[in-house]
Every structure is written in structure tokens, then in C-alpha cells.
Design a binder for this molecule. Structure first.
Ligand code: PLP
Length: 465
């Protein structure tokens, strides 16, 4: 339960140890004696037992009345949706309360990490001032993680670290188109970058932004008018790089490549959501072939989106070399500080046998149950149904229901579904951004539990006036 105390503590009155230390509070006269005795007692304990004896406590929410976070280095609280003020004590009501459901910010994991401050990272100012970015310990933690979860074969494959999956998506287009050109009789052919609709909204931008000769975004040119449902044929003069998100963002479905395999087809399997909190893990780990680059990201796995760590699993060493070349050219590698935080998080996940998955899974499942109950019997809106339950090899549970990260909702009579949600105080992302009709809207379900409660309330008010 969030702490609802709205104590007025100046966020800047935190000592230099940071948010794990207690804020300084003033002692008033009647309390002075008790404060002094407490202080003497605490100092004696530290002298006898040392500081390591005291468990760390994360007070970053407590500073903001339980309705916001005071991040290390920040000047003021960052309030949760529908809370305002320097200490997040002011509740916004009615139209002033807008629920953000249009991003993929994984706040669902925040509570878990608040309970596990021991997985913190700290670095000395002398830490690795020079260039050089590879930390083999990160790769070891990633390999152990995949072996524990069973969601991808890592043996005999190379792992390339990037600044989030976002960097690796661009890098993969570069790597695959480069390899296609090198191995083709038509070395100047431009590869079509294609993804079946509805596709992740983050694919079109990198495919078009660079305006690169080796590849170009081809969804609209291949499929004018049918929202990317016509599958292109890969040829020597028009090779195809297909981006496959599985489970899919935005509709949660499991996906396989649609483009026929062959000498001119390559695949990016984006597995951002292939974790037990979203889907059942198959009996055998997916063994990606030589024509595929598989992508994973820390952001949807531990929630550490701002750490910007993603990784690619490559069977083909040429792909790994080209990915690395792209990353070295553009960013000179992922920052060591980020890798350290990723190591701390991943080693924690491994040591706790994936307890975080069970934590997030329980929340996601209960959200889906509440959502389905709200949409039940609705004729104006259609909630994309979840796939059928199956065996999950991670938990060894039969009948494991998927619990996707997003709800994909259709305004059945047509129209602008995102605008309809906005009118109800919910910001969703329009279907048009996913190559689908604007009569669809994607609602994110990764928010904090308190915010999900507000989303459910607003949906209920809209659908059951
Ligand atoms: C399918 C998919 N791929 C990649 C990303 C980007 O991941 P990262 O945070 O690692 O850049 C996202 C983020 O929402 C996503 O949904």
C-alpha cells in the first residue's frame, strides 16, 4: 500500500548519502529529549555494529507523500498521475486528472525495486575514466538469465550490447542490409524494411530517418491501402528485412515471420515482451537461425528503461560484427555506468530466481481480469482478446494465461478511438501510429498500480455511464 502521509519535508534537506538516508527533521521542544536519546542510541548502535548491519530503506516515495518519487539528484518530487504540488499532496479531480496510457514506461516494476534497495549501484569518482566499454560480467549475467528463463538459446551465439533496443533496431537494419549486399549478386540493391500491421510504432522512424541507400521503409509502398497486410516477396533486387515483434506490441499476439525464408530474406525478432510476466515461455528455448537477429531489452524486463541497455543475440558472426561496427561508429559503445546498473539488476534477478517476474506477472494478470470485466458485454468498444492459455516452462504451470503489456481497443463503429479516450481523460496511442486504422487505440498497462486503478475507474465511467 502506498504511504499516504503527506509530510512536508524539503526534498533538498536530504543528506549527501542520498535517498537511502533519512531526511533531516527538526526536533520541537517536547520531543527534544526523546530525539536526543534516539540519536545517542542510534550512534551507539552504529559504533557497536557498523553501518552494514542496518538494512537499506528506499525512502524516495515517502518524501513525496507516497504519490510521487524524489529521484536522487532531483530538486523536487515527480508526482504520479493525478497528483500535484511540491510534495504531491494535492489530488487532481475531474478533467484535471488525466491518466497517461500512451507510453510504455514500465513503472509496474518500481514497487519491486523500492522493496529491494539492496540491488543498488554506486560508483567511485575514479571509476573507469578511460574509454573502453565491454564488461564481460554483463554478458555472463545475460546468458545466465536466458538459461534460467528458457526464452532464447544463447549457446554458440554472440551477444551484442546496445543503448537500449532502440539503438539495436537501427543497428540491425544496417547490419542485415549490409550483409545482404555483401552476399548478393546485386550489391547495390536496397532492402525493403517491412513489418506486418499493427507494428511497433518505433520501427518506421529509424527506417526513414537515415534515408539510407541500403534499406528503406516499405510498408506503405508495398501495401498501399491495406494497412501492411500484403506480404512482400524477397528478391535479389528487392531483399526484405522483416521486423517481427513477438509477443506483439500493440496487440499482444505471438508472431512468426510472414516473409518466406530464402537467400534474400532477413529477420529481426524483437522479443522485448518475451518474459514470464507477459507470456508463457515455450518448452524449448527459441533457437534463432543465421538469418535472424533477436533483440531483448532491460526496459521491459526489470523496468530500467532509462538505463538504456538492450542486447542482440546473433547466430551469424557477420551480423554481430556489423552491429558492433554500427554501435562503435555512432556511440562508441554503451556507457560503463549503465552496464554496471544493468549488472546489479540482472545479477539480482538471477540470484532471486526471477522473483520479479512473479511479482509483475501477478499485477499484469489482475489488471487483465479487471479490464476484461470492464469491457464485457460492450458493443461500442472491442478489447482485443488474449491468446489461449498454454504451458509455461519457466513456472512449469499448465494453463498459463498471457498478460500482454498493452490493451488494443477498437472503436467498433469507426472514428478516432484515441480522441474518444482523450475525452474520457485517458491518453492512449492512436492505431494510426502502428500502421492500423485510427479506430484502434493502444492503452498501456505498465503503469503504477495506483494509476492503473484510475485508468480502470475512467474506463468504467466511460463504458458504464
Ligand atoms: C517492441 C519494442 N521494441 C523495442 C522497444 C524499445 O526498447 P528500449 O527501451 O530498449 O529502447 C520497445 C519499447 O517500447 C518496444 O515496445
Amino acid at each position: 500500500m502506498p504511504n499516504t502521509r503527506t509530510e512536508k519535508v524539503d526534498p533538498l534537506e536530504i543528506d549527501t548519502v542520498g535517498l537511502l538516508a533519512k531526511p533531516r527533521r527538526r526536533c520541537h521542544a517536547p520531543l527534544a529529549l526523546s530525539c536526543a536519546l534516539n540519536a545517542v542510541f542510534a550512534i551507539s548502535l552504529v559504533m557497536v555494529l557498523g553501518t552494514d548491519w542496518f538494512p537499506e530503506v528506499d525512502r524516495s516515495r515517502e518524501q513525496c507523500g507516497g504519490h510521487g518519487m524524489l529521484y536522487e539528484g532531483a530538486d523536487e518530487c515527480e508526482c504520479f498521475d493525478c497528483w500535484s504540488g511540491p510534495f504531491c499532496a494535492e489530488k487532481l479531480e475531474g478533467d484535471a486528472c488525466v491518466v497517461t496510457a500512451n507510453s510504455g514506461t514500465p513503472y509496474i516494476f518500481e514497487e519491486y525495486w523500492v522493496r529491494h534497495p539492496e540491488a543498488r549501484t554506486s560508483i567511485l569518482p575514479s571509476y573507469h575514466i578511460g574509454y573502453g566499454y565491454r564488461l564481460p560480467r554483463l554478458e555472463r549475467a545475460i546468458r545466465s538469465l536466458h538459461k534460467m528463463v528458457g526464452n532464447a538459446e544463447v549457446d554458440g551465439r554472440e551477444i551484442v550490447i546496445g543503448i537500449g533496443s532502440t539503438e539495436l533496431i537501427s543497428a540491425a537494419m544496417y547490419a542485415l542490409s549490409g550483409e545482404l549486399r555483401d552476399s548478393s549478386s546485386t550489391p547495390t540493391a536496397t532492402a525493403s524494411v517491412w513489418s506486418q500491421s499493427p507494428f511497433y510504432s518505433g520501427y518506421k522512424m529509424p527506417a526513414t530517418f537515415f534515408d539510407a541507400k541500403p534499406f528503406e521503409w516499405a510498408v506503405e509502398s508495398h501495401d498501399a491501402g491495406d494497412h501492411g497486410l500484403r506480404v512482400p516477396e524477397a528478391t535479389a533486387t528487392r531483399p526484405v528485412i522483416e521486423l517481427v515483434t513477438s509477443p506483439n506490441n500493440p496487440d499482444g499476439h505471438t508472431r512468426e515471420p510472414a516473409v518466406s525464408p530464402g537467400p534474400h530474406s532477413r529477420y529481426v525478432l524483437d522479443h522485448a515482451y518475451l518474459w514470464p510476466h507477459f507470456t508463457a515461455i515455450p518448452r524449448t528455448p527459441t533457437a534463432h537461425g543465421n538469418d535472424t537477429i533477436a533483440l531483448f531489452t532491460l526496459s521491459k524486463m526489470t523496468g530500467h528503461a532509462s538505463t538504456r541497455i538492450g542486447w542482440a543475440i546473433c547466430s551469424n558472426p557477420i551480423h554481430a560484427a556489423k552491429l558492433t561496427q554500427f554501435i562503435n561508429t555512432v556511440t562508441f559503445g554503451s556507457p560503463r555506468e549503465n552496464q554496471l546498473r544493468a549488472i546489479a539488476a540482472l545479477e539480482h534477478v538471477n540470484a532471486h530466481h526471477g522473483e520479479i517476474f512473479t511479482f509483475a506477472r501477478n499485477l499484469m494478470l489482475s489488471r487483465w481480469q479487471r479490464l476484461e470485466e470492464i469491457f464485457r458485454g460492450q458493443s461500442a468498444y472491442r478489447l482485443e482478446p488474449r491468446e489461449t492459455a498454454s504451458y509455461d516452462s519457466f513456472s512449469e504451470a499448465e494453463g498459463y494465461e498471457p498478460s500482454p503489456a498493452y490493451a488494443w481497443v477498437e472503436l467498433v463503429g469507426g472514428g478516432d478511438a484515441a480522441a474518444a479516450m482523450a475525452a474520457a481523460g485517458i491518453t492512449g496511442r492512436s492505431g494510426a501510429e502502428f500502421g492500423a486504422s485510427p479506430s484502434f487505440v493502444r492503452l498501456e498497462l505498465l503503469m503504477r498500480e495506483e494509476t492503473f486503478g484510475l485508468l480502470a475507474e475512467k474506463l468504467r465511467a466511460m463504458l458504464h455511464p
